[in-house]
Design a binder for this molecule. Structure first.
Ligand code: FCB
Length: 448
């Protein structure tokens, strides 16, 4: 066995998102979000489940912060619910909404845990969707104003901010294949959403900096593509470079614009937008679960999730193991992805999500022995170490997720937590993976 030790100051954390854990959907002036509407629409989520109660985190702040402190985490990545701050997505702040996150931040700081909020983890105020949603430019502008409000209140205690979580999902699952809220299936709108999410990010970075923020960034979920060179280049463009290039280089990739012409002429990109988007960021948040494989197949129609993917087919090689999501397990994809981002874009990174769904519940002795998740975490944390050895500047790792929660369209059917949640009693029980992770944190490393 080899002992792998991480650089000094490497941050270990856990991650969650507002709609997945908070509950209290109608309390203290919170307005409806697109996820409330989508979950209430028959057939959209597993058994019609919603985040209305979720893990009831809104009322269990103290317990949840104490739980993280007991694991020894350095940092907590959570998200702020825009509809708690501006119930209809514009105008003055709802004081009760701001107070909730103020309390959370205070408690984290008091527990020695660095707060790392994400401003947008998919719970768009429904009123903004009613006015067009992310395909409309107005949403980006409102997002910048919202960032200014939150930044002004929390920047004295928050040092690392994430603007958006996974704009790929917000654009392509929300407006492309409709698997996520708001459930629209319009390729042109999905591409307009890509641009307005990028623009919203740029406006939010500027608003946060003006409010005194230190480190500002965005969380992406780059598709780690394997397979034929041509197919990989196409998907990498539509899924990854369409975010990387405007954010980090101030341009849209020409091949993506070309391949998506049948849907749009990209006239939603106005003069000056790319300069607004291309703001310096301090590090890039990378979410990784699994690689994907692609090959050319002339018969293949366009995937609604990837406008411009005519002729590209996804496939999965033999001999792999899968998590409960059906996602292939391959930790080398995480190393390769981090090294690729370092080489192509030269930006520091943090793994802002990584983890696995398994259904393991309590055994007869009450213990939750989620051996598969322990193995997954071990191999993927080691893969991060490999990336650092290969030269990538990786600053931290936050496990998805602190606790089992509302897994979007999959409802409560999929459990990603290192802490088990009994939804009938809201009891939290650390699984074997939480104990394992806590040891890794304590040692700032692991045995391989
Ligand atoms: C990511 C999301 C996160 C969670 C994990 C499993 O795409 O950011 O909220 O659902 O997947």
């Amino acid at each position: 066995m080899t002992q792998l030790t991480f650089p000094e100051g490497f941050l270990w954390g856990t991650a969650t998102a507002s709609y997945q854990i908070e509950g209290a959907a109608n309390e203290d002036g919170r307005g409806p979000s697109i996820w409330d509407t989508f979950s209430a629409t028959p057939g959209k989520t597993w058994r019609g489940q919603s985040g209305a109660v979720a893990c009831d985190h809104y009322h269990r702040l103290d317990e949840d912060v104490a739980l993280m402190a007991s694991l020894g985490v350095d940092t907590y990545r959570f998200s702020i619910a825009w509809p708690r701050i501006q119930p209809d997505g514009s105008g003055p702040a709802n004081p009760a909404g701001l107070d909730f996150y103020d309390r959370l931040v205070d408690k984290l700081v008091a527990a020695g845990i660095k707060p790392m909020p994400t401003l947008y983890h998919w719970d768009l105020p429904q009123s903004l969707e009613d006015r067009g949603g992310w395909p409309a430019r107005e949403t980006a502008e409102r997002f910048g104003e919202y960032a200014a409000i939150v930044g002004a209140r929390l920047s004295d205690r928050v040092h690392t901010w994430w603007t958006l979580n996974e704009p790929w999902c917000a654009a392509y699952l929300g407006y492309g294949n409709g698997h996520h809220a708001p459930g629209r299936t319009e390729p042109a709108a999905a591409l307009a959403a890509v641009h307005h999410l990028n623009l919203g990010h740029g406006l939010a970075v500027q608003a946060l900096r003006a409010a005194g923020a230190d480190q500002v960034s965005i969380v992406l979920n780059p598709t780690h593509c394997r397979g034929d060179e041509e197919a990989v280049r196409i998907v990498d463009g539509i899924a990854n470079r369409v975010f990387f290039d405007p954010i980090l280089r101030g341009e849209y990739p020409a091949d993506v614009i070309e391949r998506t012409r049948r849907h749009t002429d990209w006239s939603f990109v106005q003069d000056g937008d790319l300069a607004q988007i291309n703001q310096p960021i301090d590090l890039l948040g990378v979410n990784y679960y699994s690689p994907s494989w692609f090959r050319m197949n002339p018969e293949e129609p366009e995937s609604p999730v990837g406008p411009g993917t005519v002729g590209v087919e996804g496939w999965t090689p033999e001999g792999l193991e899968f998590t409960d999501m059906g996602w292939a397990i391959d930790a080398t994809g995480l190393t390769d992805l981090l090294v690729r981002i370092h080489k192509d874009y030269g930006v520091a990174t943090m793994v802002t999500e990584n983890g696995a769904a398994y259904p393991t519940g309590p055994g007869a002795d009450g213990e939750i022995d989620d051996v598969e998740r322990v193995a997954y975490l071990r191999s993927h944390i080691a893969a991060v170490h490999d990336a650092i050895e290969a030269g990538a500047d990786v600053r931290g790792y936050t496990a998805w997720s602190l606790m089992d929660n509302f897994e979007w369209a999959f409802g409560y059917d999929k459990r990603f937590g290192i802490v088990h949640v009994d939804y009938a009693t809201q009891q939290r029980t650390p699984k074997a993976s939480a104990k394992y992770y806590s040891k890794v944190i304590g040692a700032n490393g692991l045995d391989r």
